[in-house]
Structures are given as structure tokens and as C-alpha cells.
Design a protein around this ligand. Structure first.
Ligand SMILES: Cc1cc2nc3c(=O)[nH]c(=O)nc-3n(C[C@H](O)[C@H](O)[C@H](O)COP(=O)(O)OP(=O)(O)OC[C@H]3O[C@@H](n4cnc5c(N)ncnc54)[C@H](O)[C@@H]3O)c2cc1C
Length: 490
């Protein structure tokens, strides 16, 4: 196999990393810094995975940004606050890994900052008792940008368009390399010290969802290439998955804007991040509102409040199809085209035009109201004096919407937001691992030279709430990289 932009053949490395998202790149940096030769195989044309699609927040206690803001916070308090997010799965959590997450969170954040990433905050994110959310600037593309740069600086090779198909096994039952598809060719690559699986989650992995949450199997993930490859590769050699049923969604999301928003287009440069952080800290929020809103309305879906307050959902045929007081995700997914529209009258429109009634929120960052959607997402927002006029504006069949709304005593004009789609955002089922991030078999024995980090290496830690997943990805990736680099060669 030829390394990208190089004539050098790369068929062996001390450490092979499967996946170039936040966890994989963090693993590569630390393994290379410890002296190992490192190869990262990334199946997509560019690194980043879900890390690159995320909002980019990190919750951390004891950070320098907190200290600068006079906030006294500790990992112990962070550990306790995470209890609020566990819901019905609390008894299934791996608390040793949660401990490891909170104890390392501030160090993870500082390390990212040392590589060039900029953060804004901390902002409040209840029920966390202290403001501890740190938001990446200018956008989450900064993660693969700065982590890839740092990995290459330390001598790690990152090869894109390289899909790992199989883990190769040594006589002792452990892993000795991978087979990958590179440029349409199957290539075998030896890993002398270890393979680190960093292949992300299975939010778009139909087979794993069918096994653990059959009702969600047909619902697509926000990240189309998050197909649970790492889980599958490891299971094939005897690893086990824990908490596979912990799947977040289906969440409601608006379709993507025709053009990426301004914030999504900004280059993830350090200078811009610093400028934005300084400006956000010192200038009046009103100056930044249009900028923040262009991001919010491009990335987020509506909260349940609009439906709870009386908005109805209609499908492409102009018909209602669900009791809007129940979670509508599954019902939306089974509508024609998997799409639906929120329809409401002018009284509700006026109510959701100002605090405290927002349409959507990025917690700790900002709230978006109906006028924000009217201004920034004209492709999603429609209005009409009558149901017939609204139906024309929405492109729905003649007469159907009028029949659907005939019993609603609504104030004119009428409004619609959509199309909406139901999507799985994140999954929390990961391979069973120990606190050295070594992958475990059914009987809890270690599979020699196989490590896992990030989503695929969650090992039972539950990361509900904002800003825990990326923190885990970077923290576990760094640690797995160090452990793999220090392992004895096979
Ligand atoms: C819309 C959205 C918003 C989010 N916002 C936040 C947030 O603000 N804060 C937060 O903490 N979390 C957030 N998350 C969750 C968070 O982004 C992820 O949990 C985290 O980034 C996972 O990192 P990772 O390295 O494990 O996986 P990824 O970043 O997904 O990286 C996995 C990589 O492995 C590659 N790969 C997969 N299979 C193979 C294979 N067979 N061969 C080679 N390469 C392979 C993939 O292409 C991908 O690049 C969000 C998620 C989404 C979808």
C-alpha cells in the first residue's frame, strides 16, 4: 500500500489505528509521541467522522477557562452531576470509565488547546451545577484539522480512502494486523504492537440497530458512514458489545440548507478561533446573533415545545399521521419520503418569536426563535393566509391541507416549518474494554494487542448529556495510543 502523497510502501507499523475521527487522531498523536511508528487508516476521503459533524462542545471540570471566570469546579462534582443524565440505563454503567473521563477532562481540553484548538466558555448547561461547557471555535472541523496536523507533525501517517475489512490474528489469538481495501485492492498490514479501533458508532449501522433496537433499524443516522465497523470487526474475533441498546433518537432534524451556513464554511484557523473567543467574551451578544443563528438554524431540529403547544405534523400528502403529544420520530420515519412539516397558526408563531418560547436550542450557546428561521432558513419556512395558500407554498397536493385543518380554529396567517426528518444521532454501545482500553472477550479475558477508543471503545460508560462524547473520544484515544505504543511487540 502506498501512503498518501508518498512513494513509500506502508505494510507494517507498530500501531495501526482504524478510523481518523477525534479518537483515532488523538491515539495516533500519543502513540507517535511515545516513539511508535503509526498508521491511521480512514475509510472516508477526509478524516473527521462524527467529530467533524458535531457541535463540538466539551464538558470539563477544573479547566483554565473556568478558573479565569472564577468558577471553582471539581471532577468529583462532574462525576455526581452525570448521574442526572443516566435515565433507565443507570445500573448498566461502567463507573470506572466515567471516573477516568471526568478526572482527565480538563487535561484533554488543555491538550486540545495546546494543539491549536480554541474554545469559548464555560457556559451553563443545567443540570450541571457549574458552567463547564466549552464550545469549539469556529466550528467542529477544527478537530480533524488540528489533530491531523499534529499527528503528521509527530510522524504518524494518515491514509484516507482505506477501509479496514478484517482484523488479522496471531497464533496466540491476539491481533497482529488488519486487512484493508485501499484503492480497490485488498492489502494486509502488520501491526507489531497493536491495533486501536477508533471506528466510531453505529448510528447508521442497520445490522447492529436491528439486533439491539429493532424498532430503530430503518432510521438513518445523522452520519451516514457511522456503520459500526469497529464493533463488527472485533465481534468477529470474540469481543463483546456492552449497552448496545443505548441509542439516542430518533431526533427531529430539519433538512440541510442548500448551502452550508457561514459558520460551517469558516476555515478552522487558530487566529479566527481566538478572535471569535475574544469577541464573544467582550462584545454585546446582539452583534453575534446573526452569526450564531446561521449555525443554529443549519444544524439543529425543533424542540418538542412547539408540538406540545398545539402545532400539528403533516406528511407530504398534507395529512396528519400521529398524536403530536407522543414522541413522533418513528412515525415520521415511516411517512412518504421519511418527511414531515410542522404547521401552526399565527398565535403560536407569535408566541415562539421571543423568549421563553424557542424553536430550537444549542444548550449553553443560544436559542433560535421563529424569526431566526424566517431570516436564515427561507427554504424551511412557509406561510399562507389560508390552508390552501399554505399548501401551495409548501408544494403539497391541492385540498389535502385544507381538509386536514378544517376543524382547527386557527388564526390567520398560517405557518409551516419543514421538511423534518427523523435521525439517530449517537449510539452508546461499545466494545467491553478494561481501564487500559484493551478489548475484552465474552469471558472478560483480554484480546492481545487489540485496543478500542472513542464510541467503539465506550466499554459501558454512558455519555448522555452534552459535551461528554468528544471528551471521551479524545481522552480514551490518547490513553489507548499510549498503552498501545508501550506494549511489547508481537
Ligand atoms: C450532529 C452531531 C452533533 C454532535 N455534537 C456533539 C457535541 O457537541 N459534543 C460531544 O461531545 N459530542 C457530540 N456528538 C457526538 C460526537 O461527535 C461523537 O460521539 C464523537 O465525535 C465520536 O468520535 P470517534 O472518534 O469515536 O468517532 P468518529 O469521529 O465518527 O470517527 C470514526 C472514524 O472512523 C472511520 N471508520 C469507520 N469505519 C472504518 C473502517 N472500516 N475503516 C477505516 N475507517 C473507518 C470513520 O469514517 C470516521 O472517520 C455529536 C454527534 C453528532 C452526529
Amino acid at each position: 500500500m502506498r501512503a498518501r502523497n508518498s512513494s513509500e510502501r506502508v505494510n507494517a507499523a507498530d500501531v495501526v489505528v482504524v478510523g481518523g475521527g477525534a479518537s483515532g487522531l488523538a491515539a495516533a498523536i500519543e502513540a507517535a509521541a511515545a516513539g511508535a511508528s503509526v498508521l491511521v487508516l480512514e475509510k472516508n476521503p477526509v478524516p473527521g467522522g462524527s467529530s467533524r459533524l458535531s457541535v463540538g462542545s466539551i464538558n470539563a471540570a477544573g479547566s483554565r477557562l473556568q478558573q479565569r471566570a472564577g468558577i471553582v469546579d471539581t471532577p468529583d462534582e462532574h462525576f455526581e452531576d452525570m448521574d442526572h443524565f443516566m435515565g433507565p440505563f443507570a445500573s448498566q454503567e461502567n463507573r470506572a470509565l466515567r471516573r477516568l473521563l471526568v478526572d482527565n477532562a480538563a487535561d484533554t481540553l488543555h491538550w486540545l488547546m495546546s494543539l491549536g484548538l480554541s474554545f469559548y466558555g464555560p457556559t451553563a448547561d443545567p443540570p450541571h451545577r457549574h458552567p463547564r461547557m466549552h464550545n469549539v471555535l469556529p466550528n467542529s472541523r477544527a478537530y480533524p484539522y488540528y489533530l491531523s496536523k499534529a499527528a503528521k507533525r509527530r510522524g504518524a501517517r494518515v491514509v484516507c480512502g482505506a477501509e479496514v475489512l478484517e482484523l488479522l490474528r496471531a497464533d496466540d489469538g491476539g491481533v497482529c494486523g488488519v486487512a484493508a481495501l485501499v484503492g480497490g485492492e485488498r492489502v494486509e498490514i502488520a501491526a507489531r504492537r497493536g491495533v486501536i479501533l477508533c471506528a466510531g458508532d453505529y448510528s447508521n449501522g442497520a445490522a447492529l440497530k436491528a439486533r439491539f433496537r429493532p424498532e430503530l433499524a430503518a432510521i438513518q443516522g445523522v452520519n451516514p458512514t457511522a456503520t459500526g465497523d469497529g464493533h463488527r470487526l472485533a465481534e468477529a474475533i470474540g469481543a463483546r458489545i456492552v449497552n448496545g441498546e443505548v441509542v439516542y433518537g430518533p431526533g427531529l432534524r430539519f433538512g440541510a440548507p442548500p448551502k452550508p451556513s457561514l459558520v460551517q464554511r469558516l476555515p478552522p484557523s487558530w487566529a479566527l478561533g481566538q478572535l471569535m473567543a475574544a469577541a464573544l467574551a467582550t462584545l454585546p451578544p446582539a452583534l453575534f446573533r446573526p452569526f450564531v443563528m446561521s449555525f443554529m438554524t443549519a444544524s439543529l431540529g425543533p424542540e418538542a415545545a412547539l408540538l406540545k403547544s398545539g402545532a400539528v405534523l403533516v406528511n407530504r400528502d398534507g395529512q396528519r399521521f400521529v398524536d403530536e403529544q407522543q414522541a413522533p420520530g418513528l412515525a415520521i420515519a415511516s411517512q412518504p419520503g421519511g418527511q414531515a412539516w410542522l404547521v401552526f397558526d399565527d398565535a403560536l408563531a407569535r408566541r415562539f418569536s421571543a423568549p421563553p418560547h424557542h424553536v430550537s436550542t444549542a444548550p449553553g450557546v443560544a436559542f433560535a426563535y421563529l424569526p431566526d428561521y424566517r431570516r436564515h432558513r427561507r427554504d424551511l419556512y412557509r406561510t399562507g393566509a389560508t390552508p390552501a395558500e399554505l399548501a401551495i407554498a409548501m408544494g403539497l397536493p391541492d385540498g389535502a391541507l385544507a381538509r386536514t385543518l378544517q376543524e382547527c380554529r386557527w388564526q390567520s396567517p398560517l405557518h409551516a416549518l419543514g421538511p423534518l426528518e427523523a435521525r439517530i444521532v449517537i449510539t452508546d454501545g461499545g466494545l467491553a474494554v478494561n481501564t487500559s482500553h484493551q478489548v475484552l472477550r465474552e469471558d472478560d479475558s483480554v484480546i492481545p494487542r487489540l485496543y478500542a477508543a472513542g464510541s467503539v471503545g465506550q466499554g459501558g460508560v454512558l455519555l448522555a448529556g452534552n459535551g461528554h462524547h468528544i471528551c471521551w473520544a479524545v481522552t480514551s484515544g490518547r490513553r489507548a495510543g499510549r498503552f498501545a505504543a508501550a506494549a511489547a511487540a508481537a
